[in-house]
Design a protein around this ligand. Structure first.
Ligand code: FAD
Length: 483
């Protein structure tokens, strides 16, 4: 039965003769998977050791080394730089910040949450400018972010969301509804409203992360690949913090855990951040005559307002890459291997793509892949350094890690160097979320929430204009997930 369902789901989808599923991501297929750097040569000693060579780990290394060139910094990576979400994401470098504003404000006041949101806007420009200054060509175009609503309930929610954000640090120039009758720059089928923010850029994620790895290495950071970390030990009495690997141990004054979606696989961290899978598909280059109809000249990153939202970009070579939350993680598992994606997720993404752009239905899909990101129980990201144990970490960015990881890197620099700065006073510093329920409760809960959101989307698409409102099912899902 499962097999037939699978075949039936994929049948209507035109697939390229070069179609690939997994292989890390389309982004790495475009650049080629890099040769691995050497593993850790044995037991060694550094000032700072970072576990994980994604954006979080590499930005932290970058800013530390820039601030203090004689600092001895090592990064230990199980596979290769960018193997995780940093080399697989949707390439939305945006000022979005996950998490409850009220929760952060409770601890430090509303002004500090607003400062955090403003810092996120600055972070988009920071990444664009460092990439330019360091010669990282990551196909970056700062065209902003466009969110569309395709039914009345979505429109109501989008309007409310924008008003809400305008109370929390976005001024009207930073995000606003586009006026009715505004000539659409992107012709999304059935769009009834749209919002726009200039604070976002499109990037090619693998080019950004591999470029960053190259820059960091040139600054003198030791980057060890193919080295799985088995345990992270805190400072205990006279013994220094340590990173234990299959190839030896790294002793350091500070150890930074930068493993986001993989964190729950580390010893003692099972209930920290839930690994959530997100999947993407990329089409073949879309023909010019179809682009003439769609527009999208500004290369904005594009999202919708459904509960089971999608995110999309027009790539440098004129494909559409679109992603969304996929079938939840396998019970008890956070690993995603090389990113092979279930047919159900591919089919759902293709339906979302062709609903938005019916003219793309004939353009073959060339690649499908997925990756894992880390979700804290309360949905709120954190960055932290415990000066007693010498251990630090950052993550739980949910779907907004491309920019947030840069803010984390600069903040970890200040925490490690014991600087009291505007960054170390932001309200996500030291934030602690309660842990996740044990399996199978966590898995069952995730399935239920996903099901409720999907049903809410279906209901909302049928609500008549005059009765437009968010489905109650979404409210139940929100309460169940504790956000
Ligand atoms: C499909 C997808 C689409 C997304 N789209 C967007 C988007 O458009 N915009 C956005 O802002 N965010 C997006 N995100 C989220 C964003 O990509 C992540 O939040 C961000 O990349 C996290 O970076 P990181 O460095 O913390 O973690 P990662 O990039 O996951 O890096 C962690 C690294 O740790 C390594 N590692 C794990 N375990 C060990 C170990 N035991 N020993 C040594 N190394 C280890 C891994 O191999 C990996 O390289 C998306 C995520 C996914 C999966």
């Amino acid at each position: 039965m499962g097999l037939f369902t699978t075949a039936a789901q994929l049948r209507p989808i035109p697939r390229s003769t070069r179609f690939a599923n997994g292989a890390v991501s389309f982004w790495f297929r475009e650049t080629g998977v890099p040769e691995r750097r050497d593993p850790l040569p044995g037991t060694v000693d550094y000032d700072v050791c970072i576990v994980g060579a994604g954006y979080t780990g590499l930005w932290t290394a970058y800013y530390l080394k820039k601030a203090q060139p004689d600092l001895r910094v090592a990064v230990v990576e199980r596979e290769f730089a960018g193997y995780g979400a940093s080399g697989r994401n949707g390439g939305w470098l945006s000022a979005e910040f996950a998490g409850s504003r009220e929760r952060y404000a409770q601890s430090y006041g509303k002004a500090s949450m607003i400062a955090l949101q403003r810092a996120m806007m600055g972070t988009v420009d920071e990444v664009v400018s460092v990439a330019g200054a360091e010669g990282i060509d990551a196909d970056i175009v700062k065209g902003g972010m466009r969110l569309v609503a395709t039914n009345a309930a979505q429109r109501e929610r989008l309007v409310e969301d924008i008003e809400y954000l305008q109370e929390w640090g976005y001024w009207p120039d930073d995000i606003h509804m586009l006026e009715e009758g505004h000539k659409p720059d992107i012709a999304v089928e059935g769009a009834v409203a749209a919002a726009y923010s200039p604070h976002a850029a499109r990037v090619q994620p693998a080019k950004l992360v591999t470029g960053l790895a190259r820059v960091v290495e040139a600054l003198g950071v030791a980057l060890f690949e193919g080295t799985a970390v088995e345990e992270i030990r805190p400072r205990q009495g006279a013994s220094r913090p340590a990173v234990v690997t299959e190839h030896g141990t790294v002793y350091a004054d500070h150890v930074i855990r930068a493993t986001e979606g993989f964190t729950s696989a580390l010893h003692g961290r099972r209930r920290d951040w839930q690994p959530m899978r997100s999947s993407m598909i990329a089409t073949e280059p879309v023909p010019a005559e179809v682009w003439d109809k769609i527009g999208w000249e500004g290369r904005e990153v594009l999202g919708d307002s459904a509960h089971s939202y999608v995110y999309a970009q027009r790539t440098a070579d004129d494909r559409i890459a679109i992603g969304g939350r996929s079938v939840p993680h396998r019970l008890g598992s956070g690993e995603d291997g090389d990113g092979a994606t279930q047919p159900q997720s591919i089919a759902e993404l293709w339906r979302a793509l062709t609903r938005m752009f019916p003219d793309v239905a004939d353009v073959p899909v060339e690649h499908a892949w997925s990756g894992v990101l880390g979700v804290p129980r309360d949905g709120s990201p954190t960055v932290h350094l415990d000066t007693e144990t010498g251990l630090g970490w950052a993550g739980g960015y949910i779907g907004s890690g491309v920019a947030t990881s840069n803010l984390a890197g600069r903040t970890l620099r200040d925490l490690v160097l014991r600087r009291d700065t505007d960054l170390t006073r932001l309200p996500w510093v030291g934030h602690q979320s309660r842990g996740w329920e044990p399996e199978p409760l966590r898995w069952v809960g995730t399935q239920v929430v996903r099901g409720l959101y999907r049903s809410a989307d279906r209901r909302e698409s049928k609500i008549p204009e005059e009765k437009a409102r968010t489905s109650r099912l979404a409210g139940i899902a929100g309460r169940l997930s504790g956000r």
